[in-house]
Design a protein around this ligand. Structure first.
Ligand SMILES: [Zn+2]
Length: 364
């Protein structure tokens, strides 16, 4: 047998990564010699995952979020092992007939199998169908894109077509949706907001479920601590409608987590009317403790380790430039992913910066 035939046979036997992922000869050469029949995070090599993504015209918002999601072991194990295919095959699933998930899976796999930069052209086309705002070539908001992407993945898998992770007074939303999709299992969180009117002292509650936690950022001329911003958000005051007073009154709002996610996505709102807040923030890389924010009686520890950040330079979210910093799931070393450029960086147990906007923490 000629080597080329043997090679192609070998490839078709071992490379059942995906029916829709036919890597061409050139792309296969750098990965020859590695067993690919079951792509799994445990089988990732130290040198894998060190490739960037081509910018297809202001697509750094997309590239940075893709790199952050690509370094999540829980999501990767589900996507690159093809386990998701069983779920999109279920009756009622696959809003986009599975095409969106397959396009996402293709990029995720290529970022672990290629030794050259990846062109996310198929995925770029698929996000145009996800939301019309991605049909143009403008710079988009990376945090908003994260939400569209994660909701899109959820909808591809959702067989129940429930109203989704929004809504008020849905105390049992998480129990209701638990196990619906792998996306809710990994990313969904639920918070209980306990309101108290500061005029009549009447109390009310609301439940909020989401795939991330959005935190208001304050202007400060000193370095502020991420945990202080979280504390300020957990217990805050705001003007709300009071049913008893029949008017807008000042309310105290204490928040607690009914359900804490496996991957905690924190978004810091740096954008404001007069430009972007460039306040320096110190944040934990190891040991972000959320146990104290869990609803009383929940004995589970909730400590998180940072594994990816989406950063932004520029004056507003829809201009400027985005890039990512990610921890390699195997070596634990940090790399900067700036479109096609990948470089090694150092991070201690805490870090400081003014450009970080979306943080991805993995529960320990
Ligand atoms: Zn009142």
């Amino acid at each position: 047998m000629k080597f080329e035939h043997f090679f192609m046979d070998y490839i078709s036997n071992i490379c059942c990564i995906s029916d829709n992922l036919l890597l061409d000869y050139k792309e296969m050469v750098p990965i020859l010699g590695r067993t690919l029949f079951s792509l799994h995070v445990n089988k990732i090599d130290d040198l894998d995952g060190m490739v960037g993504l081509q910018n297809l015209g202001n697509t750094c918002f997309m590239n940075s979020i893709l790199q952050c999601l690509n370094k999540s072991p829980l999501l990767l194990n589900y996507i690159i092992s093809d386990h998701y295919k069983l779920d999109i095959a279920k009756p009622g699933a696959a809003r986009f007939e599975g095409n969106f998930l397959r396009a996402f899976s293709e990029v995720m796999k290529k970022l672990w199998t290629s030794r050259m930069e990846v062109t996310p052209a198929v995925f770029r086309n698929s996000i145009k169908k996800l939301n019309s705002i991605y049909q143009g070539f403008g710079q988009e908001d990376a945090h908003e894109f994260y939400n569209h992407l994660i909701n899109g993945l959820h909808e591809e898998l959702d067989t129940t077509k429930k109203s989704g992770p929004k809504g008020i007074n849905q105390a049992s939303w998480y129990d209701f949706c638990k196990g619906d999709t792998k996306i809710t299992d990994i990313f969904a969180m639920q918070m209980k907001h306990n309101y108290e009117c500061l005029e009549c002292y009447s109390k009310s509650t609301e439940y909020h479920t989401s795939f991330d936690m959005s935190l208001p950022m304050k202007k400060a001329f000193r370095t502020i601590n991420m945990e202080d911003i979280i504390e300020d958000f957990i217990e805050s005051t705001s003007n709300n409608m009071c049913k008893k007073c029949s008017k807008l009154t000042l309310h105290n709002c204490k928040k607690e987590f009914v359900h804490l996610p496996e991957v905690l996505v924190l978004y810091f709102q740096r954008a404001e009317k007069l430009g972007k807040l460039k306040t320096e923030m110190q944040y934990p890389v190891e040991n972000l403790n959320f146990t104290k924010y869990a609803i009383k009686g929940n004995p589970k520890l909730a400590t998180y380790t940072l594994y990816a950040i989406c950063l932004h330079a520029g004056d507003c979210a829809t201009s400027g430039h985005y890039w990512a910093e990610c921890r390699h799931p195997k070596t634990s070393e940090w790399n900067k992913y700036n479109d096609t450029r990948v470089s090694s960086i150092l991070k201690g147990t805490t870090a400081t910066g003014s450009r970080e906007c979306v943080f991805f923490y993995q529960r320990k």
